[in-house]
Design a protein around this ligand. Structure first.
Ligand code: ZN
Length: 339
């Protein structure tokens, strides 16, 4: 409790000083922001996973960033000519990147990098966590019967009935956990029509959209093929294949010589010396992006903080000042060398 109070008090105190001061105290090559989706709809495949901003709230972020920082493109980030610039990025390749985010970025003339899971391009497949969200949606709509189906499946798997969603979301990160099969079984029992959803709702970007976004000046990057957590994936050859293959598919679409890559979830548990060798062997792969907020990492790694969380009470005012000062505070309080 005391820790929570002091963090809140600390964040409040930090807000009294302009963020630029912290940028000077804790200089970073770049301040990375990571979003996933922006929509004013309750997206059934996302809304049970995390909250996200409306277009109005996201535009408030863009206006704030334009006023307070320089927003660097990926190319400018690589050149490294403007420390403490902000870099915007979106992970997972949702269709809203094209239909909602892109028009707002173009309106404000801001660069952005989009990291995509190449196996779901053109809505060929659905990422596991999106299927989990569809199942939770089915349970919400299906009442007691659907809840019983889910509880029965949880019991069969030896999973905690009350925390089944959390349990399965943790397991789908690991491609060898068997959670995918369990999830398919749950979808079938709940009547979740994954193929129908892909065909009708078109939740992910298409190849043509990716090409157009690249033509418009946005940077497109790889994010593995099916969003496995690299630190939970056994075998360095498999990790390398996910990085290289997703970047290769993107390069083929965009024609870019070098393609950045973002680690799904985070880059924890992946040996940095191994990653340096991957980059040496595969000149096509550009910078690697993690989600370690303001942490300094290997020279080829760019960390980012999550910015999806909407402002309290549904306000349209940007909550980025709070997110940024909270991140600087955490970095100040983190003992040297701690992860
Ligand atoms: Zn992701």
């Amino acid at each position: 409790m005391r820790a929570i109070f002091s963090r809140r008090a600390g964040t409040y105190l930090m807000r009294l000083l302009p963020l630029q001061v912290y940028g000077r105290l804790l200089p970073r090559e770049v301040v990375g922001l990571c979003y996933h989706v922006v929509s004013d709809r309750g997206l059934p495949h996302v809304r049970h996973l995390y909250p996200y901003k409306t277009p109005e709230q996201f535009e408030a972020d863009l206006v704030y960033l334009k006023r307070s920082f320089r927003v660097a493109s990926y190319a400018e980030l690589v050149e490294g000519r403007d420390p403490n610039a902000v870099h915007l990025s979106f992970d997972d390749g949702y269709a809203e990147c094209f239909s909602v985010v892109r028009p707002l970025l173009l309106k404000h003339g801001l660069p952005c990098t989009f990291f995509i899971n190449t196996d779901v391009l053109d809505n060929r497949r659905m990422l596991a966590f999106n299927r989990v969200s569809l199942c939770l949606d089915a349970v919400e709509r299906g009442g007691a019967d659907a809840a019983r189906v889910m509880a029965g499946t949880a019991r069969e798997a030896g999973a905690p009935v009350d925390a089944f969603a959390t349990w399965i979301r943790a397991r789908i990160r690991d491609p060898d956990s068997g959670a995918e099969e369990l999830l398919d079984r749950l979808c079938a029992r709940l009547g979740v029509d994954v193929e129908g959803f892909l065909a009708n709702e078109r939740p992910y970007l298409t190849t043509a959209q990716v090409r157009q976004m690249a033509d418009e000046g946005f940077t497109m990057g790889g994010h593995t093929r099916m969003h496995w957590h690299m630190g939970s994936t056994r075998g360095e050859d498999r990790i390398e294949r996910e990085i290289v293959e997703s970047c290769r598919v993107v390069a083929e679409i965009t024609g870019d010589e070098r393609v950045p890559f973002a680690f799904p979830y985070d880059a924890e548990g992946v040996d940095r010396a191994f990653l340096a060798r991957v980059l040496e062997r595969n000149p096509r792969v550009g910078r690697l992006f993690g989600t370690g907020s303001l942490r300094i990492d290997a020279p080829f790694m760019v960390n980012r903080m999550l910015a999806d969380s909407p402002p309290a009470l549904g306000r349209a005012r940007s909550n980025l000042p709070g997110i940024l000062s909270g991140a600087y505070l955490d970095e100040f309080l983190r003992p040297a060398g701690a992860p």
